[in-house]
Ligand binder design. Structure first.
Ligand SMILES: [Zn+2]
Length: 272
């Protein structure tokens, strides 16, 4: 058993270190990713491979068209930085808790949990975060001018709770893609992929709705435009216009994964 733990920590740590060197993770983010990755690999090979493929795909899509995205969101979003511990936990915390639950189940001598509710919920949590990442990254890159879900008005690209056609299509493609990946890797039963796809889409949609109605939105009086920056890119201080102070982007991402896992959990409890 201890040698398996060493292999898992070594593999997860190596990937996290490479991501840190590539500028995707801060030191605290790399430490959190090592812990989440180790737990996933110990819970089962499919858990580990699914997490790694999710991480690689999310990192790649974040890097695509990065100069275009930076220019298009320059007045709305804070400068893009490497993911820290809170961003890693917001995306992977629910998945890690379900991996711990599965490990405990294995340790107690339960049956092989490949088809268990925990695996379906974990696959859905990450699929929701992945679908949301694809929607955000593709939307800010190729999505033209998005519209706010709350007001229906055109808003600057990068505004939380705004959607575009390209972003919405990317959301659906992501939900289907990650669900198919979970089934292909035998993390879930092959006939459970529609559940994961629906749960992922609902979770990513919840992310946009929370972004539109509850997430903190600031206002630059000089430029007369909404932003998440303070000070604004123009140098003026911004004021909080709406939203709940405690709910930042990490909080919204966490609720996205909780929603995905909950939808899948309800399905499992009622119909499995
Ligand atoms: Zn301004």
């Amino acid at each position: 058993m201890p040698s398996i733990v060493l292999v898992a920590v070594g593999l997860a740590g190596g990937i996290a270190l490479a991501a840190h060197r590539a500028g995707s993770l801060t030191p605290s983010g790399a430490l959190a990713a090592t812990i989440v990755g180790s737990l996933a690999m110990l819970a089962g090979q499919a858990w580990g491979v699914y997490l790694v493929l999710w991480f690689v795909s999310a990192s790649l899509v974040s890097r695509m068209g990065v100069h275009v995205k930076r220019r298009r969101t320059a007045s709305v979003l804070p400068p893009r930085e490497a993911r820290d511990v809170w961003q890693v936990l917001a995306n992977g915390g629910v998945f890690a808790l379900l991996a711990v639950w599965t490990l405990w189940h294995i340790w107690r001598g339960g049956p092989e949990p490949a088809s268990s509710g925990a695996a379906i919920m974990a696959a859905s949590a990450l699929a929701a975060a992945g679908a949301d990442t694809l929607a955000t990254e593709i939307g800010t890159w190729l999505g033209g001018t998005p519209r706010s879900l709350r007001t229906g008005q055109a808003v600057p690209p990068g505004t939380s709770g705004a959607v575009s056609l390209a972003g919405s299509l990317a959301l659906l493609a992501g939900a289907l893609g990650y669900a198919g990946m979970a089934a292909g890797l035998d993390l879930i039963d092959s006939d459970a992929w529609p559940v994961v796809a629906v749960a992922a889409a609902v979770g990513a949609l919840a992310d946009s709705l929370l972004g539109a109605w509850l997430q903190t939105e600031r206002w630059c009086a000089s430029c007369r435009e909404p932003t998440e920056q303070n000070p604004h890119v123009c140098g003026s201080l911004t004021t909080r216009r709406r939203g709940w102070t405690a709910l930042d982007n990490d909080g919204v991402n966490l609720l996205c994964t909780v929603t995905g896992a909950t939808v899948a959990g309800i399905w499992y409890a009622l119909w499995h």
